[in-house]
Design a protein around this ligand. Structure first.
Ligand code: HEM
Length: 264
């Protein structure tokens, strides 16, 4: 009996010391990256699936696309470009440090900035589409909760983009200030992304109510509901991937060299 206890204690000691070896650390790091990649693939597939479903909804139920010659149809650019820009590209921009963890930090910063810029350009075109469609049909602007949440989100996004650009990219503030501001940048970025998710889901609900979709076309109503759910689900998964410390990128040796060079 005593021997059995001794053996158990020996085994426990061995496993504790094993955990401390670099080999084991590398293995758990490898597992975390694997988990990230799996969840990232699932999340991105939901995102791409949502974009395809929006496209299907517009082409099949909402008369496709046009510009100012058909203002009511011009509206359709609004949901499509908002979902591609403010939801999908924005999510990829936030996740790029984790998805492209093997690239150098400066490269990742440039990709992060470019994806956000692309998201902003698409959001501006999407806003032009909806304001045009309202103005050209004599409809009032900015009277719904959706429009207030949406415009606030785009304004905060633009301010966050400018602040991030000046702080982290050009001219770039000192390393200590950058480090101090990073949590605020991440918090505002995540909050703004949540705003985009809420705006998108409320936009579909509003469209369904305004067009009496729930009263007139049950199948279209189901499509709209699936869109709302998948957007919400996508948002939760993205925020989980952004905030789970297990998935955080481990700095590369090169990062430090480049940072030191740029500090001189
Ligand atoms: C991040 C995403 C989105 C943002 C920032 C946003 C922003 C806005 C803004 C600022 C307006 C006001 C335009 C005006 O008053 O002339 C608006 C209108 C509208 N949006 Fe969105 N939108 C987003 C996504 C969507 C989506 C996915 C839909 C789905 C169909 C949608 C549906 C509508 C509708 C029906 C209107 C017209 C009624 C209203 O003014 O509320 N939006 N949006």
């Amino acid at each position: 009996m005593i021997q059995r206890y001794r053996r158990a204690a020996e085994l426990e000691e061995q496993s504790v010391s094993l955990l401390g070896t670099p080999n084991m650390e590398a293995r758990t790091e490898h597992q975390k990256v694997k988990h990230y990649q799996l969840l990232y693939t699932l999340t991105t597939s939901i995102g791409i699936g949502t974009i395809i479903l929006v496209l299907f909804w517009i082409l099949y139920y909402q008369n496709g696309f046009a510009w100012q010659s058909l203002p009511r149809v011009q509206f359709n650019w609004h949901p499509l470009l908002m979902i591609i820009g403010m939801v999908f590209f924005y999510s990829q921009a936030m996740l790029i440090y984790r998805t492209g963890r093997n690239y150098q930090k400066n490269t990742l910063k440039l990709v992060h900035m470019s994806l956000n810029l692309l998201a902003f350009i698409l959001a501006v075109i999407a806003l032009k589409a909806v304001f045009d469609s309202h103005n050209l049909t004599g409809t009032a602007n900015m009277y719904t909760l959706h429009s207030w949440i949406g415009l606030t989100t785009v304004i905060v996004f633009a301010l966050q983009f400018l602040a991030g650009f000046v702080t982290f990219l050009y001219p770039g503030l000192s390393p200590s200030i950058r480090k101090a501001l990073l949590p605020t940048h991440v918090a505002f970025g995540s909050g703004c992304f949540a705003g985009a998710i809420i705006a998108s889901a409320s936009g579909f609900l509003e469209k369904a109510i305004f067009q009496k979709i729930y009263d007139q076309n049950v199948t279209e109503g189901i499509v709209v509901n699936i869109l709302g759910l998948s957007i919400a689900f996508f948002g939760v998964l993205v925020l989980h991937l952004v905030h789970n410390v297990d998935y955080k990128r481990v700095p590369l040796a090169d990062d430090q060299i480049v940072l030191e060079r740029s500090d001189n």
